[in-house]
Structures are given as structure tokens and as C-alpha cells.
Write a protein that binds this ligand. Structure first.
Ligand code: HEC
Ligand code: HEC
Ligand code: HEC
Ligand code: HEC
Length: 293
């Protein structure tokens, strides 16, 4: 059952890639030149000095991936979802949407950004039988160097602004229901949403499942410049109760694409700063892609 769902997820990812290729001349991604290149030979501050020249392997593996969450070919161990403090714990009185347990692609991002798991906690190290770990505390054993001192030599991101930590009360909510719900079936009528201060959403059907996105570069195609919403089904909300059915959620990768360079994000600080944003936030355009404010 789980396996079937996982396969359709992968097909979704492939279809998404194809769509991006045809629809977006704007988007040019080169992960090599970003902080997500942790390989030997990377010119970034944080990298391994003796591990591997491969780039993708820090996140993906062609075989034997982690399928505990619907994240494509994930090569990493992930933290216990209950170990996090969420935005729900802040107690914001104006919040309308239910927050789900940390999961989906957010848990994958946090498998480096929570500062707990080492960069080399990989299910499948490069090379046949080259190494494999079981739990989040385990490592392959590579050495890491950090010019800015944000990463320990054993590869944990413990300092600096990118160290999101396990306390998510000070971060934009993730695992948050889009528009507080009532979106499914009312995609084009935002006045039917529970929280009407949100943009309408589009859907795409892949392998019999529905996926939602905000078509922020309007072309009726889901591509990497859109705000991607992530499906979760019958999740338990923080604080109790079930959020019934398959619903759209905002996760880390709704706003970020982990492969993107600054040529896309329009970063004001030039090539030095890469926020991996799906679109430029000049004029707060990214915020306004979802929020009506
Ligand atoms: C720092 C972690 C990280 C690295 C390194 C990384 N990826 Fe990804 N990748 C992700 C995450 C997270 C997702 C899911 C993102 C999403 O939902 O859009 C993803 C999704 C994908 C997808 C499917 C969605 C899409 O955007 O097309 C493909 C294909 C992919 N990665 C290929 C690669 C390749 C090839 C490399 C190496 C050149 C690579 N990735 C390196 C984290 C990474
Ligand atoms: C394999 C580990 C790993 C994964 C997985 C990962 N990151 Fe990162 N990320 C890093 C490292 C290391 C840095 C650089 C940190 C630094 O410079 O101190 C970084 C930097 C960033 C930055 C830029 C920070 C800055 O200082 O400008 C953003 C944004 C970011 N990551 C978002 C994400 C998101 C969103 C995901 C999931 C889609 C993700 N990352 C997954 C390791 C990872
Ligand atoms: C609603 C959109 C949104 C979501 C969801 C989101 N981010 Fe971000 N993130 C941003 C924006 C916008 C910036 C750029 C902030 C800036 O320029 O200071 C950013 C910046 C960052 C940075 C760079 C450090 C900083 O604060 O400038 C990191 C690292 C990061 N995000 C990781 C994550 C991770 C991990 C998640 C999920 C737990 C996440 N983001 C969820 C919008 C988002
Ligand atoms: C992908 C869609 C999306 C994007 C992009 C986005 N948000 Fe949100 N944001 C949400 C959702 C959904 C909520 C939950 C709202 C609720 O349930 O009341 C939320 C919540 C918030 C809240 C907390 C509201 C409360 O009542 O506690 C603030 C503040 C906020 N967003 C600001 C921003 C800013 C600033 C940006 C740009 C950096 C941004 N958002 C980008 C979807 C988004």
C-alpha cells in the first residue's frame, strides 16, 4: 500500500520536472553553485573534505530510499517528528489553520536544518557497499569543514541563521493547512475557503491523485516557480483531532526549491546570497502569492 503511494509520488515528481522544462525559461537551476553543494570541490563555506565529489547523494539515492515520508528518493535519516516545537505551540490568537505533526518535505529539510542530524547520515553512501546507516544518530564518518563555523566537523548545522533547530515557533508555520481548509472542491472560489484571505489554487491529477498548487506564474501548469502545496491525508493535528481527508499543506518547499540558484530568486545581495526561493520576494511578491493582504 505504502509502496504504491510512493511510486505515484515519484511519477508526480517526474511529471513536475517535465512541466518545468517546457514552461519556464526563467528558471535556471545549478545546485553546484549553491550552499546545497556539500561535496569535496564545492566552493561553499560548508563541505566535506574527504567524503565524496557527488552532490545529489547528500539528499537522494537511486535505490533503497527512505519512504517514511513522501519525499523523492530520500537518502537521509529523519528526526522523530514529535521532537519539534511547532508554530501551534506559540499560541498565535489569529491563526486559523490546523497544524499537523512535522512531516512531508519539511521533515526532509529539517534532516539537516534541525542541527541534530549529521550531513553524512545517509542510507546509501556512494559506491557499492560503501556504507549505510540505520538511525538519525548514525554517520558514515566523513569530515566536514566550515569556513564560517556554522557546521561542526562531524557535519551538524548548529550555528548561524540556517540552523533552524527543533524549535519551529519562530519560523513561518509549516505543516499548516492552506487557507484553514475547505479548499478541496472550492479551488477557484476563495470566498468558500475557511480563511478567505488566501489566493485560489490549481490542481493537477497524477496517477489518480490530486495535487494542489498556487499558480503564481499563471500558466495553468504546475512548475517550480509556483507555490507548491503538499498533500497529506487524515493527519492528526497538533493539540488533537483529525484533519480529515487529503488536503493541501504549506511546507518548507512550498516557498523554497532546494536546487535553485540566486539567478532565480532575484536576491538583492547578488551572487553571494542564495535563499533557494521559488520566486523573487521583491515587493514581497512571494508572500503575496498566497496571502491577500
Ligand atoms: C540539499 C538536499 C538536496 C540535494 C543536494 C539535491 N536535492 Fe533534489 N530534492 C530535494 C528535495 C527536498 C526535493 C523535494 C522538493 C520538492 O518537493 O519540490 C527534491 C526533489 C528532486 C526532484 C523532483 C522534483 C523536482 O524538482 O524536479 C528531482 C528530479 C531531484 N530532486 C533531483 C536532484 C538531483 C539530480 C540532484 C543532484 C544534482 C539533487 N536533486 C540534489 C533535495 C535535494
Ligand atoms: C543535506 C543537508 C541539507 C538538506 C537536506 C537541506 N539543506 Fe538547506 N542548507 C544546508 C547547508 C549545509 C546550508 C548552508 C548553511 C550555512 O551556510 O551555514 C543550507 C542552506 C540553506 C539555505 C540558505 C541559507 C542562507 O544562509 O542563505 C536555505 C534557504 C535552505 N538551506 C533551505 C532548505 C530547504 C527549504 C530544504 C528542504 C527543501 C533544505 N534546505 C534541505 C543543508 C541542507
Ligand atoms: C512561507 C514561505 C516559507 C516557508 C514555508 C519556509 N521559508 Fe525559509 N525563507 C523564506 C523566505 C522568504 C526567506 C528569505 C528571508 C530573508 O531574506 O531573510 C527564507 C529564508 C530561509 C533560510 C535562510 C535564513 C534566513 O532566515 O534568512 C533558511 C535556512 C530557510 N529559509 C529554511 C527553511 C526551512 C528549513 C523551512 C521549513 C521548516 C522553511 N525555510 C520554510 C520563506 C519560507
Ligand atoms: C505557500 C503559501 C504561503 C506563502 C508563500 C506565505 N504564507 Fe504565510 N501563511 C500561509 C498559511 C496557509 C498560513 C496559516 C494562516 C492561518 O491559518 O491563519 C500562514 C501564516 C502566516 C502568518 C501567521 C499568521 C497568524 O495568524 O499567526 C504570518 C505572519 C505569515 N504567514 C506571513 C507571511 C509572510 C511575511 C510571507 C512571505 C515571507 C508568507 N507568509 C508567505 C501561507 C503562505
Amino acid at each position: 500500500m505504502k509502496r504504491v503511494k510512493y511510486i505515484s509520488m515519484m511519477a508526480a515528481a517526474v511529471a513536475m520536472t517535465a512541466a518545468a522544462g517546457s514552461a519556464s525559461a526563467l528558471i535556471d537551476s545549478a545546485i553546484t553553485n549553491t550552499k546545497h553543494n556539500l561535496s569535496v570541490g564545492s566552493t561553499q563555506n560548508n563541505r566535506t573534505t574527504d567524503g565524496t565529489t557527488e552532490i545529489c547523494v547528500f539528499c537522494h539515492t537511486p535505490h533503497g530510499a527512505n519512504i517514511s515520508q513522501a519525499v523523492p528518493l530520500w537518502n537521509r535519516t529523519m528526526s522523530d517528528p514529535t521532537a519539534f516545537q511547532t508554530y501551534a505551540d506559540l499560541g498565535s490568537a489569529t491563526l486559523d489553520g490546523s497544524i499537523a505533526q512535522v512531516g512531508s518535505v519539511s521533515l526532509a529539510c529539517l534532516s539537516c536544518h534541525d542541527g541534530q542530524i549529521a550531513m553524512d547520515s545517509l542510507l546509501n553512501a556512494p559506491g557499492s557497499g560503501a556504507g549505510s546507516v540505520v538511525g538519525p544518530g548514525d554517520r558514515i564518518g566523513w569530515t566536514f569543514s566550515s569556513a564560517q563555523g556554522t557546521m561542526t566537523t562531524d557535519g551538524r548545522l548548529t550555528a548561524g541563521i540556517a540552523a533552524i533547530s527543533q524549535d519551529l515557533r519562530d519560523d513561518h508555520p509549516v505543516g499548516i493547512l492552506y487557507a484553514a481548509g475547505n479548499v478541496v472542491g472550492n479551488e477557484t472560489n476563495r470566498l468558500a475557503f475557511t480563511d478567505t484571505d488566501f489566493r485560489v489554487v490549481n490542481t493537477t491529477q497524477i496517477n489518480g491523485a490530486t495535487y494542489w498548487y498556487v499558480d503564481s506564474n499563471p500558466n495553468n501548469v504546475r512548475d517550480r516557480g509556483d507555490m507548491i502545496l503538499y498533500s497529506r491525508t487524515d493527519v492528526t493535528a497538533i493539540g488533537g483531532g483529525t484533519i480529515a481527508g487529503t488536503q493541501p499543506y504549506v511546507e518548507c518547499a512550498s516557498c523554497h526549491d532546494p536546487h535553485t540558484t540566486s539567478s532565480q530568486d532575484g536576491s538583492p545581495n547578488g551572487t553571494g546570497e542564495v535563499d533557494f526561493l521559488r520566486m523573487s520576494n521583491a515587493g514581497s511578491a512571494l508572500c503575496l502569492a498566497c496571502h491577500i493582504k
